[in-house]
Design a protein around this ligand. Structure first.
Ligand SMILES: *[C@@H]1O[C@H](CO)[C@@H](O)[C@H](O)[C@H]1NC(C)=O
Ligand SMILES: *[C@@H]1O[C@H](CO)[C@@H](O)[C@H](O)[C@H]1NC(C)=O
Ligand SMILES: *[C@@H]1O[C@H](CO)[C@@H](O)[C@H](O)[C@H]1NC(C)=O
Length: 538
């Protein structure tokens, strides 16, 4: 049936290499046109502006969506927010664009899946290079992706009205408001919206779940390898980061108004190139400078995050179905950056971040010793035990925060929480290959993504084995979006995915064989539970 449809469409296109237009859609902003996907199965509306980011709204919530006369041709495949990519600076400041992909034939109204891209809050876009929606759209859902401001433009946090922080998260909120309001015009169901994201996209998703600003905007959520409880989710010293960046320009100040003046007058293309290094303290904090922050209460400013995520999770988390999971070897990609010197620097320091605090230095030292022994025994940290470094990263940055978040959610919520552990290794484990870790078993950070998306950077044919993983992943993800249950009765996935509950966390082990099992690393969990008994909640 599907092949017949394809054949018919291919023969229609054979004589015409020009993009075929998709039906026009009328929005309050104006009329939008798009094009039909290459294989003819879905309509693409790429790069519709959902809000305004310019010098006037820089570092603040975005302005309202622009309007236009005539027809807006939404065919821009490469739209992105300005960032320093490895090929050089790309993207623009006025970058708040949404991509809407609509199946041609499926019955309306369609469930909607909104993807929030990752990239450490400094990189990425919603575009096809990585996130082509072909596999998901074929399961009769609308797939939406979008850009949000990145780096200093998205996350300068000075605690003043002119730069309250979290502009990038405010973009995400604006995108969700746009989708809620406009998706019906594309055939979508505004009451059937699932948000999902990976890495910084999952951390964002986790924050949107606990933000009051998003009440009523979505119905389900999927967190892939990211949590608002991870120590890299919040910049606890945002003024210090801003001040360090200003110093590289020759300004010695930590006055928020002076800092704002410096950054607001610069060209965005120069701003994005600013780079500074924090000096390493006793704690193991990341070098990420541009992260969400806890916003101050400022008159006339709508905050996205106004308390630490740990507190908001207890207070505000939405009672909706949620999938939360991580990959078996998340940390592998970070080992690619390690050198003898960088590891040597960690000798004798705490192997956790400053989001914990201890009654005394002695107590801190004792806890640090436990962590060091757990991962390295009696040995020093060095390139020789890089896989142990990887395990530390896996647990500290991804696996444990996701589990701690689950524990709070199952205690508070009645809606189901599904956990997974992704350990599959195939030809689409892109980041594992790119970071020179092909020989390692299991799945690196982001390796799950390419069994959901038809990334255009992956150009080789898809193996039968990978095809089968794509089929399972997209079935579970879209069934969850449709029914709040990733493995309903008629699912092709051979195992019933049981939700976690107050008494027991249940994990779907995603691999060549699927199975249900207990928490993957119980000893590491006990260790980190102990460390995070010292969590700072203020
Ligand atoms: C370090 O990693 C290796 C390889 O994964 C493992 O065999 C060893 O037990 C680990 N060391 C410690 C102290 O856990
Ligand atoms: C992950 O996959 C590897 C390689 O196939 C296997 O050896 C390991 O046991 C798996 N881990 C889990 C927890 O299933
Ligand atoms: C979501 O969409 C699916 C598929 O169209 C439908 O079966 C389901 O009832 C919808 N759920 C809600 C809450 O509207």
């Amino acid at each position: 049936m599907k092949y017949r449809k394809l054949l018919v469409l291919f023969s229609l296109f054979a004589s015409n290499l020009v993009d075929q237009p998709a039906p026009e859609v009328t929005l309050e902003q104006g009329i939008v046109s798009g094009k039909i996907s290459k294989d003819g199965t879905f309509f693409e509306y790429l790069g519709i502006p959902y809000a305004t980011a310019d010098k006037n709204t820089r570092f603040q919530a975005p302005g309202p969506p622009p309007t236009w006369k005539g027809v807006y041709k939404a065919v821009d495949e490469m739209n992105s927010c300005v960032q320093k990519a490895f090929i050089g600076t790309m993207g623009s400041e006025d970058c708040l664009k949404v991509n809407v992909n609509v199946p041609v034939t499926a019955k309306r109204p369609l469930p909607v899946m909104v993807y929030i891209h990752g990239g450490a809050f400094i990189l990425g876009s919603g575009g096809k290079l990585l996130y082509a929606p072909d596999f998901l759209v074929q399961k009769d859902v609308i797939v939406v992706s979008f850009n949000y401001r990145l780096g200093i433009l998205g996350f300068l946090c000075l605690g003043i009205k002119e730069a309250p922080g979290n502009a990038g998260l405010k973009d995400q909120v604006a995108a969700l408001r746009w989708i809620k309001k406009n998706i019906a015009a594309f055939g979508g169901d505004p009451e059937n919206i699932t948000i999902f994201g990976e890495s910084a996209g999952a951390t964002s998703t986790s924050m949107l779940i606990i933000s009051k600003a998003t009440d009523g905007l979505f119905n389900k959520a999927i967190l892939q390898s990211g949590s608002s409880l991870s120590n890299w989710a919040i910049n606890r010293e945002p003024l210090q980061s801003a001040s360090l960046l200003a110093k590289t320009l020759g300004h010695d100040t930590d006055d928020p108004h002076e800092l704002y003046k410096i950054f607001s007058e610069m060209e965005y293309s120069d701003l994005i190139l600013l780079k500074a290094t924090k000096t390493l303290g006793k704690f193991y904090d990341t070098q990420l400078m541009h992260l969400p922050c806890v916003e101050k209460n400022i008159e006339g400013v709508e905050a996205t995050i106004d308390d630490l995520p740990f507190n908001l999770l207890h207070k505000n988390s939405k009672n909706i179905p949620i999938i939360i999971g991580t990959n078996s070897k998340e940390g592998l990609f970070l080992t690619a950056l390690a050198t003898d010197e960088s590891l040597q620097e960690r000798q004798g320091k705490y192997l956790f971040a400053s989001d914990v605090s201890f009654a005394s230095e002695k107590e801190g030292d004792a806890v640090a010793k436990k962590v060091k022994e757990f991962y390295f025994g009696k040995d020093d940290i060095s390139m020789k035990n890089l896989m142990n470094v990887s395990d530390l990263y896996t647990h500290l940055y991804f696996e444990m925060p996701s589990i701690f978040e689950t524990e709070i959610l199952v205690m508070k919520n009645t809606a189901p929480i599904y956990n997974y552990y992704f350990n599959y290794s195939g030809n689409r484990n892109y980041l594992k290959m790119r970071t020179g870790n092909s020989k390692e078993s299991g799945a690196c950070h982001a390796d799950d993504v390419f069994y959901l998306f038809d990334a255009r950077v992956l150009i080789f044919p898809i193996s039968e084995r990978d095809r089968s993983m794509i089929e399972s992943m997209t079935s579970m993800w879209t069934d969850f979006a449709k029914y709040g249950d990733p493995t309903p009765k008629f699912s092709s996935v051979p195992v019933k995915w049981m939700p976690s509950n107050k008494d027991k966390l249940n994990f779907l082990y995603i691999d060549d064989e699927f199975s249900m099992g207990p928490m993957p690393s119980p000893e590491a969990y006990q260790l980190w539970k102990y460390v995070y008994e010292h969590r700072k909640t203020k």
